[in-house]
Design a binder for this molecule. Structure first.
Ligand code: ACO
Length: 326
């Protein structure tokens, strides 16, 4: 009988732009205050790409570090998946650009666009390839340059986002590993969080101020996010028949500290069991979960064989989770 295969995390990596933009820096050109941003979101600062720096540049840094920590070279990677909403180009995909830069073999490479849930969606796809025996080592990256999509005149949105990339290598193993992944979407809420231009609709703004920028009805998104994340953590625990007390770590999407605290409260987890990076990174969309995971692991807090719950929520709406033994 062939043994069941699991996808195990064998390496992680990260890449953040050098430039730090603090809330005080924002006060100089946005009608906002450090106090408002910290009270409503928990964000103190975020990283911003330099002129000419792209999503693929950040993805490359994170991917190289993840491959190095897994002890794997370019020829060992069977498949590359990049979660991003801010690709370098319309096509080729950022994954194809990255594949070439990393010197990977000609295995598949593709992007996944699920906004802030992009990395967990990508992880879910990678998990299926490993479970089925179709791939042995998969590089999964979440990389974004959301600040390229901000209207700095829209204080409700521009203070929230930052740039960065995180990556993991998943390798086939006979011990767990990813236990389950869950992905969902509901396009009915598309208008609450969007960038309202595109290839087939056209790039000309519909409204005088619109431009190519994220628009979000933050208040309404907040309520849906809290309820939806509450439901998906229940679904994940039930699917694995485990009690919330068995969880060692929550690695949430980093959009807002109040949303993170609400999910932790639902799970009856102390905040010292939750990896938080939103204070220093802001919302880095698809990069936020792998950045938090990398930080939890490299800081020595997350240890081998501990049980981790990853969750994300984003534009679409999309939402996703993964339960795994590290
Ligand atoms: N500085 C100062 N005041 C501000 C700012 C700002 N940057 N932004 C808004 N305000 C004001 C508003 O004008 C409003 O003033 P009023 O009461 O006089 O009208 C007041 O602050 C309250 O505004 P709200 O929008 O009600 O504030 P809220 O507490 O809801 O916080 C926030 C806003 C932070 C956006 C929150 O709603 C949120 O985090 N939403 C969810 C974001 C999210 O999870 N997105 C999903 C992932 S993103 C992705 O997928 C790309």
């Amino acid at each position: 009988m062939t043994e069941r295969l699991y996808a195990r995390i064998t390496g992680t990596g990260h890449c953040l732009p050098e430039k730090v933009l603090t809330n005080q820096d924002l006060e100089a050109f946005v009608d906002t205050s450090d106090q408002w941003i910290q009270e409503r979101t928990g964000i103190r600062e975020r990283r911003v790409v330099a002129d000419g720096q792209t999503t693929c540049d950040l993805a490359e840094g994170a991917a190289k570090e993840a491959m190095q920590s897994a002890g794997l070279g370019p020829d060992d990677i069977d498949l590359l998946i990049v979660g991003t909403t801010t690709p370098d180009l319309i096509f080729p995909s950022t994954a194809c650009l990255l594949q070439h830069r990393l010197g990977l073999s000609d295995g598949g490479a593709f992007d996944v666009n699920a906004a802030c849930s992009g990395f967990v969606y990508a992880l879910s796809i990678a998990d299926q390839y490993i479970r089925s025996g179709s791939a042995k080592n998969i590089l999964v990256v979440g990389a974004e340059t959301l600040t390229r999509l901000l209207d700095w005149g829209d204080r409700q949105t521009c203070v929230l986002f930052g740039d960065g990339a995180g990556a993991v290598v998943l390798s086939a193993d006979t011990s767990p590993g990813i236990l389950s992944t869950h992905i969902h979407a509901n396009g009915a809420h598309a208008d609450l969080l969007k960038v309202d231009v595109g290839v087939s609709r056209g790039f000309l703004p519909n409204e005088p101020r619109a431009g190519i920028a994220v628009s979000m009805k933050g208040n309404e998104v907040f309520k849906v996010a809290v309820n939806t994340l509450g439901r998906i953590v229940d679904e994940t625990l039930e699917a694995n028949n485990i009690d919330r007390s068995e969880l060692d770590w929550l690695i949430p999407h980093q959009a807002n500290l109040r949303i993170i605290k609400a999910t932790a409260k639902k799970l009856q987890m102390d905040m010292d069991q939750v990896i938080v990076t939103v204070d220093r990174h802001g919302n880095t969309s698809a990069a936020s979960v792998p950045l938090a995971l990398h930080e939890g692991i490299t800081s020595g807090r997350i240890k081998r064989d501990q049980l981790l719950l990853l969750e994300a929520f984003g534009g679409g709406f999309t939402w996703a989770s993964a339960l795994l033994r590290y």
